[in-house]
Write a protein that binds this ligand. Structure first.
Ligand code: COI
Length: 333
């Protein structure tokens, strides 16, 4: 059996090699190149392709992969919003992902950024660097005094809720799919509007479903928020109308913004712009603010998560190649 993996980064290689050592009977090939209509041929002869990329898996790409006989596609990440599922259906693809590689990685990152924002860590650091050691006006908001509204109570949302509870915050949640334990604990509010109206910190932990929740946080949603609310988006850029957030930061309606996923991030994040003109004025506007904490879609990026992403995706690829499915990793579409 042969598995071929695309877009393998240097930090993933040790985990690929470790997987190969425990699966010596399987031939593994990989490339740093991403999967596209051109590179699809590299997988010829493989029983499954393992992939991760932010570029779309278009009809053309899927058709090129199917043309070399590969219709088992195993994603190393969770998000599937960049797959053309109509084409996947047409070419009979089996698709898997890694829905639970490390909820803690993402939840922890969100919590760390929230704590930093409430502590005005950027402001304080800039003051210290300029030798301004006065206390005022850099006063902190304690997490325990906040109502934290969590949108989406899947694995990541639930870990985030627990971390916030650990700080002593009151936590409320909104989700169309309710978790029975949280339901019994009376955590849910009935509508997104209620959550927005009651929360000091609003954190998004839902997938992007194109055509359904694009810009779920827009000017209207922000108008429902309390003054001085904090918005956290470590889920998907498309969920938030960035222009509306910038307007709310300008007007002082929002206290701050934590952003790890940005609606125009493809081709901008995970690239080095130090010696070239920065490509996105709107993102630069956010980066330059002391009350905005930008990271380039790295909330997931821990050793634990990367190991799980590699190992689970390779295992799921093997399961497909054997004519079966790895439980918990199959994308039903
Ligand atoms: C996902 O797993 O879908 C993510 O958003 C993380 C990705 C950048 C690897």
């Amino acid at each position: 059996m042969k598995i071929f993996a695309y877009g393998i980064r240097n930090d993933e290689i040790p985990y690929v090699e470790a997987w190969e050592r425990t699966n010596p009977e399987i031939e593994v090939g990989y490339t740093q190149e991403l999967l596209d209509p051109e590179t699809a041929k590299l997988a010829a002869g493989a029983d499954a392709a393992v992939v991760y990329q932010q570029l779309d898996y278009t009809r053309e790409t899927l058709s090129a992969l199917a043309a070399v006989g590969v219709t088992n596609l195993s994603l190393r990440n969770v998000g599937t919003d960049n797959i053309d599922f109509d084409a996947a259906r047409e070419f009979n693809f089996n698709v898997s992902n890694v829905p639970v590689y490390s909820p803690n990685a993402i939840a922890e990152h969100a919590a760390i950024q929230v704590a930093a924002l409430l502590s005005q860590a950027k402001v304080m650091e800039n003051k210290i660097q300029s030798h301004d050691l006065r206390w005022e006006p850099t006063i902190r908001r304690e997490v325990r005094d906040q109502v934290v509204g969590v949108v989406g109570t899947g694995h990541i949302g639930r870990v985030f809720m627990n971390i916030m509870k650990g700080f002593g915050a009151k936590v409320i949640a909104y989700d169309v799919f309710r978790n029975p334990e949280l339901e019994a604990a009376g955590v849910y509010v009935d509508t997104l509007e209620e959550l927005l109206e009651q929360s000091d910190i609003i954190s998004l932990h839902v997938p992007h479903i194109p055509g359904t929740n694009d810009h779920m946080i827009d000017a209207d949603a922000i108008a429902h928020m309390k003054d001085d609310a904090v918005l956290v988006n470590v889920s998907r850029g498309a969920l938030v109308d960035t222009d509306a957030v910038i307007a709310a930061l300008d007007s002082g309606k929002l206290y701050g913004f934590v952003i790890d996923t940005y609606e125009n991030e493809v081709g901008v994040f995970n690239a080095d712009w130090r010696d070239t003109e920065f490509p996105d004025a709107r993102l630069l506007n956010l980066i330059n603010r002391e009350n905005v904490y930008v990271t380039p879609h790295t909330a997931f990026y821990t050793t634990h998560a990367v190991r799980e992403m590699v190992h689970q995706s390779f295992d799921a690829a093997v399961a497909f190649a054997n004519g079966g499915e790895k439980e918990g990793n199959v994308v039903k579409y």
